[in-house]
Design a protein around this ligand. Structure first.
Ligand SMILES: [Fe+2]
Ligand SMILES: [Fe+2]
Length: 281
């Protein structure tokens, strides 16, 4: 890996100005995708707070701190691009208002000096899982989107998320040489991070972006978010995500285990989304 890659520095990164906004086609906007794009814009725009937390956990590692700051700049840009598209699709979308509601409700402890995952390796495994999730998420959205500008935005973001995964994975390999966190422990951390997908942060973002004038009902908004966010996943998206997750915990990415987990996950997701759709989530 080149030095620039290790700090997440990119000379030729896309910008908001490089997106062909004039190709926007209102007739191809999918309202469910619009709902989750709005929610994603809030979570992404909050990347700066997460970088502050990472810098405090990795307080004696200036190279990683640089990487975390560059990473956060890209996440915030994802938020800005998604918000701009959402505003084109729905001129009534008030990003600032929704973002305030979101950050008032969800707080990241930026002053912690130890990782909430118990170790720096644990933190990096969790980061790899998050980037696995976002890279598959935007790929699934890109494949589902018919609106051309959203497709372009999602393509750019998905490529960034995959690069973020590689960035954190590189740093994870360095820390594994120092901390020795075995595959079982890493597997437990990965699993706990995956199940947090149903925690408040994403459901709250969905609420703050789409239903801000109502009261927050956790169960209702978790279901509404899950139905829309995971409804576009196909087997190939899950297969890739499972491979990336297995690699992060130190297991073979593309073997029998991947096929078994992917099959179980695909069927389970299909059942769950079907049930949520029938229940009107
Ligand atoms: Fe992102
Ligand atoms: Fe990312």
């Amino acid at each position: 890996m080149r030095a620039g890659d290790r700090t997440g520095n990119r000379m030729t990164h896309w910008t908001l100005d490089s997106i062909a906004w004039d190709k926007f086609d209102r007739s191809k906007v999918n309202p469910d995708l619009l709902n989750i794009v709005k929610a994603a814009s809030l979570v992404e725009a909050n990347g700066g707070d997460y970088a502050a937390y990472l810098c405090s956990v990795f307080s004696d590692d200036p190279e990683f701190q640089d990487a975390a700051r560059n990473w956060a700049r890209e996440e915030v840009q994802h938020g800005m691009a998604l918000a701009r598209w959402a505003k084109l699709a729905d001129p009534d979308f008030d990003f600032d208002d929704a973002f305030k509601r979101f950050t008032d409700g969800i707080k990241i402890d930026t002053l912690r000096t130890d990782s909430i995952r118990g170790s720096r390796c644990g933190e990096l495994v969790a980061r790899c899982i998050v980037e696995t999730g976002t890279s598959s998420y935007y790929t699934a959205m890109m494949d589902a989107a018919e609106e051309p500008v959203l497709k372009e935005v999602c393509r750019n973001i998905a490529a960034d998320e995959f690069r973020h995964y590689r960035l954190f994975y590189q740093h994870l390999k360095d820390y594994l040489a120092k901390e020795r966190v075995g595959p079982v422990k890493r597997f437990v951390i990965a699993l706990s991070r995956i199940t947090e997908t149903e925690d408040d942060e994403l459901a709250y973002a969905y609420y703050a972006a789409n239903h801000g004038s109502e009261a927050y009902e956790r169960r209702r908004f978790v279901k509404a978010y899950i139905r829309r966010a995971f409804g576009y996943y196909k087997r190939e998206h899950l297969e890739r995500a499972v491979g990336m997750s297995l690699k992060a915990v130190g297991l073979k990415p593309n073997g029998l285990l991947n096929r078994v987990i992917t099959t179980v996950a695909t069927n389970w997701l299909r059942l769950r989304i079907g049930r949520l759709a029938r229940a009107g989530a």
